[in-house]
Design a protein around this ligand. Structure first.
Ligand code: NAD
Length: 356
């Protein structure tokens, strides 16, 4: 792969190859865009088969973080890191500390955090070598992000309901929740409290039954939850659930959920638009998690402040929908435009102070 050409095409700033002979660390850190502030994005550990797969993944994920952080109104740029290896077999204290030393060399241009294959405990180890790590196990750290994520999803869903149904209240609306894990369960609680009618599905039957018991939800077969007649379909489990096979089966007016990377391809975003289904872009509505961890950078972590910031996801969803209407584009494109417009405005501001 022609890495520099790819970086040029998408405006990347830096890609760092990290190697430590003693611990066997092989890692990559990608900084996509730091116009708004230092890059923040988690550290993923995964046994990539080919080095190119790791490179492409870290670049794509870093770019995604630029958009997510910018659209969320955070003063943070986009970055990400990957450690190449099997987290169950290859991870060691030496490796994590070696990774922390590389993060430290960037002097605060990049902040890391947990991601798939890494844990809060791993962040504690990385902290021994660098101050630029968030989401530790300490009492003053941000802790489990899922309640904040779920709160943001609920707020964003109300904003979408306002546009789709002419009223924001979800009382009496039928919401089909796919996945009642950390985010889906907390979301279902908000919805139940508001008086929504809930359909829930989870491959873990115990979790679906818990939601049924506690929130009076109706349990649906996980194979068919996306096709259940409802007002709002809410994906909170896997990525790529909106695809060429599932979209023709949808019987909802709105898709709004916490899962990452819900669209299998961009064409699926176009298809939802064509069918008149209002898709709330995933990275706009599920930004509560990053908002939560980023709060640590403002000093002592404050959950109330993080929740207040997450509440602004409501305004962000409205902004995205307004841009989609203004420019006549699908919502997933409008989300990117929201982020790009903010970065361009701040970049212009910086240029005002350049000499000459
Ligand atoms: P989780 O593992 O706690 O919950 C996921 C749930 O989905 C589990 O209960 C699992 O059994 C279920 N599931 C898996 N496959 C399913 C299927 N095919 N059908 C129905 N249910 C299925 O994870 P989570 O932390 O709740 O995260 C859920 C999604 O939200 C993920 O895509 C995650 O990347 C995204 N997300 C989470 C956060 C956060 O704060 N946790 C923040 C942003 C985005």
């Amino acid at each position: 792969m022609d890495i520099l050409a790819y970086m040029g095409k998408y405006g990347f700033e830096q890609l760092i190859f990290c190697h430590d002979r003693v611990s066997g660390l092989r890692a990559l850190i990608a900084l996509h865009n730091t116009t708004l502030g230092p890059a923040l994005g988690g550290c993923r550990m995964y046994p990539y088969e080919k080095e190119d797969d790791a490179i492409l993944d870290v670049l794509r994920l870093a770019r995604g973080m630029t958009y997510k952080n910018a659209a969320a109104g955070l003063s943070l740029g986009g970055g990400k890191s990957v450690i190449i290896g099997d987290p169950r077999r290859d991870k060691s204290e030496e490796m994590l500390r070696a990774f922390g030393r590389f993060v430290q060399t960037l002097g605060g241009r990049y902040y890391t955090a947990e991601d798939s294959g890494t844990s809060v405990e791993d962040m504690d180890v990385i902290r021994t070598e660098t101050e630029y790590v968030l989401g530790l196990s300490t009492a003053d750290s941000s802790g489990d992000p899922s309640p904040v994520t779920a709160f943001g999803v609920w707020r964003g869903m109300k904003a979408a309901a306002g546009q789709a149904f002419g009223e924001e209240s979800l009382k009496g609306r039928t919401v089909a929740v796919q996945g009642v894990g950390n985010v889906g369960y907390a979301l279902a609680r908000h919805l139940a409290e508001e008086g929504a009618r809930l359909l829930v599905a989870d491959v873990d039957a115990g979790r679906a039954e818990r939601a049924a018991r506690e929130f009076g939800a109706e349990v649906v077969d996980p194979q068919h939850i996306h096709a259940a007649p409802c007002d709002i379909f809410s994906p909170n489990a896997l990525g790529a659930v909106l695809n060429a096979r599932s979209i023709p089966e949808l019987k909802c007016r709105v898709v709004a959920g916490g899962a990452n990377n819900q669209l299998a391809t961009e064409a699926d975003g176009d298809e939802l638009e064509r069918r008149g289904i209002l898709y709330v872009p995933d990275y706009i509505i599920n930004a509560g998690g990053v908002i939560n961890v980023a709060d640590e950078m403002l000093g002592k972590y404050n959950r109330d402040r993080a929740m207040r910031k997450a509440a602004t996801i409501y305004d962000n969803v409205r902004r995205v929908l307004a841009i989609a209407r203004r420019d006549g584009i699908p919502t997933y494109r409008a989300a990117d435009r929201l982020a790009e417009e903010r970065i361009a405005r701040i970049a212009q501001l910086h240029q005002m102070y350049l000499p000459g």
